[in-house]
Design a protein around this ligand. Structure first.
Ligand code: CP
Length: 306
């Protein structure tokens, strides 16, 4: 691959290669000297047109730990605010000869559009409702390390599926790895046509979580609801918020995941999120750095080999 635009484009063996390399970077990141030189001499530019804590910080750390020169473009202080288009902004940065361009953008398809205009590798850090490929890869690494495999697991993805790029990337990835996927959420937050995606769909948490190996909770993404129906948080928590009672329907050793940022008391009870025997939410953050290191290293290798 020359870019990482979505999980849809990846073959199962490409996913496995990223996860295998990321496993080695987990060890590096836990060591005293967190440096390798796989990206030494290369330039990485991060362009985040939407807010981010985890993705932006981990892409920056990932590049720095592999020896790249990393520049975070301050979108709010850039000429985008003077009306410069996304394409012109990217062409301007491209003229500075970056090797890796990481982009988060509210519009689905923005990273793919840029990838046709620039000479470097483009990594999608989340585009609209479309995909968030490195999130699905870090989720997969977290699941594989906790469960020892990715195939033949029952994974319940719960909440606001309609507005979630995390859900879409995970559905692609877990489907390619032959896991059983259940989408659980109110009909108003379920994409039309979801039943045709090769997944099970239900609006009932007890049914959706029954015997699940993995319970993945999603945030209500109000910023993408465009004035549409927004449920009351109290009612939503009552019916769809993960608490001990709802989690009891899953397997006894089921893990609880959340991509973050989470809204405690809305989609998840804080005590469940903090329960180190069930929650792997902090592991997901840790895996994020390793997966982004692996993705960038493999893209650079592929370009050098081409
Ligand atoms: N999971 C995720 O994308 O988090 P951020 O928005 O903080 O990057």
């Amino acid at each position: 691959q020359r870019h990482l635009l979505g999980i849809e484009d990846l073959a199962p063996d490409e996913i496995t290669a990223i996860l295998d390399l990321a496993d080695t970077y987990v060890d590096l990141n836990r060591s005293d000297v967190k440096h390798a030189d796989a990206l030494k001499g290369l330039t990485q530019i991060n362009m985040f047109f939407e807010n981010s804590t985890r993705t932006q910080a981990s892409f920056e750390l990932a590049g720095k730990r592999l020896g790249a020169d990393v520049m975070n473009m301050a979108v709010g202080a850039s000429s985008v605010k003077k009306g410069e288009t996304l394409i012109d902004t990217a062409l301007t940065l491209n003229a500075m000869h970056p090797d890796l361009l990481v982009i988060r953008h509210p519009n689905s398809g923005a990273p793919a559009l840029l990838s046709e205009k620039v000479n470097c590798a483009v990594l999608n850090a989340g585009d609209g409702r479309h995909e968030h490929p490195t999130q699905a890869l870090l989720d997969a690494l977290t699941i594989r390390r906790a469960k020892g495999r990715l195939h033949r697991l029952t994974v319940a993805i719960c909440g606001d599926i309609a507005h979630s790029r995390v859900a879409r990337s995970n559905i692609w990835l877990l489907g390619k790895m032959e896991s059983r996927i259940r989408l659980v959420g109110p009909a108003t937050l379920m994409p039309s046509g979801a039943a045709d995606w090769g997944v099970e769909v239900t609006d009932n948490m007890a049914e959706g979580l029954r015997d699940a190996d993995v319970v993945m909770m999603l945030r209500l993404q109000k910023e993408r609801m465009d004035g549409g129906f927004i449920p009351s948080e109290r009612e939503y928590f009552h019916r769809y918020g993960l608490d001990a009672e709802k989690l009891s329907f899953a397997k006894d050793d089921a893990i609880v995941m959340h991509p973050g940022p989470m809204n405690r008391g809305v989609e998840i009870d804080g005590t469940i999120a903090d329960d180190i025997n069930r929650s792997v939410i902090q592991d997901q953050v840790e895996m994020g750095v390793a997966v982004r290191m692996a993705a960038m290293k493999l893209l650079v290798d592929a370009r050098r080999a081409a």
